[in-house]
Ligand binder design. Structure first.
Ligand code: GLY
Ligand code: MN
Ligand code: MN
Length: 455
């Protein structure tokens, strides 16, 4: 089943070359001064139960600057008097641990295969930081990711503070480098886009396989197994965020992840699932009838959401405010619901954020940045006004309408009871037309019914 689908995928893209990591480091460091010290931290491994840990995922900033994915590591940038040095601290090689837990690149591997100037054991981080701090007046570190590293940094600053009266050095300030790094991560390079395109292709095919397998009586977890099975089969590291697979009323729960119900033929199933490839996320939602044939009521809602999504994608153009797609989508959704008689307000009234009826059925934003994080970094309003889109930015476009008949807060129109539709694609802003990375995933009613064999 997976084999044929696999053959339709493009070849896996190449790893990001060392020279690109070096260029990113240099571009970031060129914004700093020699008395700055930068520490990129990583989260500790988390216990799942007893001696079992959750699968490890390092910090996206560590992936961005060196592509180092193993636990217990930190990256330090310091100025040696003439140039910036990148210094990584990693788990050292340990044969006994490697026999039990897997091979480690160690210090030697880090130096030979990764884009760093120096490497040492993570156990020596404290000692080195003491030395670097004695020459620094600002530490750029994001706290709250690793308690262990936070406490090493705090005590190194305290030790240095105690000595500073004697040596006449100034105080050390702490700054968060995240915003600067986010500005860089927001604009994707061609190498990153290739990785994102692959994640998007695998995810699109996974949704297509799920469409083909849908039938009365299938369970949400069986559909989830097909989707996530193909993520892994396709060479990705699995899901980029827990898969949302909801049929019937579960399709009206925005972040439903229980995935345990049995689906009936006439229900809509809403699947929001995307793979992560070499750290980069895809994020796709499709919604379709389990039996492959849209009812008239389902069609009415689907067509409105699709129109909203297509118009919002068309607004993903250089120079448009980032929230223009959202405003476009809201208008189309509101117009559609007024036409169907679901909303009994004027368009302006329906769109009002306080009293408009649209928010009963559409309660989220139309998209977000996408990259190493599924909700990727990048300030939306850097100077209080919406950021303008630039070529190289990637965002999702994901309008929806959700008619939960179970909701006590609002009366659901009977005709649309428990119809939940969201359509989500990943869009690269270019100098020309928007480039939909997830274009391959069936989306129109005709495409979906055709794939499911009901037309
Ligand atoms: N998959 C989560 C989202 O669409 O934002
Ligand atoms: Mn999304
Ligand atoms: Mn999503």
């Amino acid at each position: 089943m997976f084999n044929d689908a696999m053959e339709s995928l493009p070849n896996e893209p190449l790893n990001i070359p060392k020279s690109i990591y070096k260029e990113r480091q240099q571009r970031f460091l060129s914004q700093l001064t020699p008395s700055d010290l930068v520490i990129i931290t990583t989260p500790p491994e988390a216990i799942r139960s007893n001696d079992v840990t959750y699968p490890y995922r390092t910090s996206s900033d560590m992936l961005y600057f060196v592509g180092w994915a193993d636990p217990e590591s930190a990256l330090v940038f310091h100025y040696d008097g003439t140039k910036w040095i990148s210094h990584i601290f990693v788990q050292p090689k340990d044969t006994l641990k490697e026999i039990w837990e897997g091979r480690r690149p160690g210090i030697e591997g880090a130096l030979s295969e990764w884009s760093v100037d120096e490497a040492n054991s993570i156990h020596d981080l404290e000692k080195h930081l003491d030395g670097y701090l004695s020459k620094s007046s600002a530490v750029h570190v994001r706290t709250g990711i690793s308690d262990g590293i936070d406490s090493i940094v705090r005590s190194a600053i305290e030790r240095r503070d105690r000595k500073r009266q004697h040596f006449g050095s100034g105080p050390v300030s702490m700054e968060d480098p995240s915003r600067r790094i986010a500005e860089m991560r927001l604009r994707k390079s061609p190498e990153e886009i290739e990785l994102m395109r692959y994640a998007a292709e695998v995810s699109s095919v996974a949704h297509e396989l799920a469409m083909k397998a849908s039938k009365d009586g299938i369970t949400e977890y069986q559909v989830q197994a097909i989707i996530e099975g193909f993520f892994v089969y396709g060479g990705t590291s699995g899901w980029a965020y827990p898969s949302i697979v909801g049929c019937g009323e579960n399709a009206t729960i925005l972040h439903y992840t229980v995935n345990e119900s049995t689906c009936k033929g006439d229900e809509i199933i809403l699947i929001d699932a995307g793979a992560e490839y070499k750290g980069y996320a895809a994020d796709i939602t499709r919604s379709w009838p389990i039996n492959g044939k849209f009812s008239d009521a389902q069609k009415e809602i689907y067509e409105i959401v699709l129109e909203a999504q297509e118009q919002a994608i068309a607004a993903c153009r250089v120079g448009n405010p980032y929230n223009q797609p959202h405003e476009v989508a809201r208008s189309v959704l509101a117009e559609g619901l007024i036409r169907l008689g679901v909303i009994d307000q004027t368009l302006d009234e329906a769109l009002d954020l306080e009293s408009g009826q649209l928010k009963h059925w559409y309660m989220h934003n139309t998209g977000h940045w996408l990259g190493l994080d599924v909700h990727d970094v990048g300030v939306y309003k850097p100077d209080g006004t919406p950021r303008l889109l630039e070529a190289g930015m990637v965002l999702t476009v994901e309008p929806g309408l959700y008619f939960g008949a179970w909701r006590p807060d609002v009366e659901c129109p009977e005709r649309y009871a428990n119809i939940g539709i969201r359509i989500e694609d990943d869009v690269l802003v270019t100098d020309g037309e928007p480039d939909v990375l997830t274009n391959r995933c069936p989306k129109t009613i005709a495409d979906i019914e055709g794939i499911m064999g009901t037309v």
